[in-house]
Design a protein around this ligand. Structure first.
Ligand code: SF4
Ligand code: SF4
Ligand code: SF4
Length: 162
């Protein structure tokens, strides 16, 4: 391998990984956020009734489930005038949910159904009355279970964008 090629491949190996955000569930091209949102005044965040969209310093929207979840109401997509979000591109939120068994009190023999009640998709599956797990084949990634957990045991991981 030539020296230049070697340094090129080393540089790309050490390139910092771009931070991923949970985006509103109506985009089909993740690059459009960085390209188009700069011109916008964050309309999607203004119209979100659940107030889960925050606009970052880079002017792009991201979802936070600390106070509420997504109802897939379409409002953010309808409000977007820059072609980043569109109702035709509706899709599940690109995030995976998992219960941290070391933090979940139900895994330590304390009865708790806090994450079961808000889950309209029946995705929090209990082994009898204890040890819940999230069934990602049913989970719609709405995020409504996150806030209600008394020990903050529901972990959210952003999936890679296309
Ligand atoms: S679909 Fe509705 S609830 Fe979900 S982020 Fe968009 S505006 Fe908010
Ligand atoms: S409304 Fe559209 S263009 Fe504006 S910040 Fe939201 S996604 Fe970006
Ligand atoms: S994120 Fe998944 S497990 Fe949590 S309430 Fe929504 S559908 Fe249920």
């Amino acid at each position: 391998m030539e020296r230049r090629e070697l340094f090129g491949s080393l540089a790309s190996a050490f390139k910092p990984k771009q931070e991923l955000f949970i985006r509103p569930p109506y985009a089909h091209n993740s690059a459009a956020f960085e390209q188009e949102c700069l011109e916008c005044d964050g309309k999607c965040a203004t119209v979100c009734e659940e107030q889960i969209i925050q606009i970052g310093d880079d002017k792009t929207p991201r979802l936070f489930f600390s106070e509420s979840g997504c109802t897939y109401c379409d409002a953010c997509a309808i409000a977007c005038e820059y072609g980043v979000l569109h109702v035709d591109w509706k899709r599940p939120i690109a995030a995976t949910f998992e219960i941290d068994v070391s933090a979940c009190i139900s895994w330590h023999n304390v009865m708790c159904f806090s994450c079961k009640d808000p889950c309209l998709d029946d995705a929090t599956v209990f082994d009898g009355v204890f040890r819940p797990e999230i069934d990602m084949s049913k989970c719609t990634s709405c995020g409504f279970c996150v806030r209600v957990c008394p020990t903050n045991a529901i972990k959210v991981e952003v999936n890679e964008h296309e």
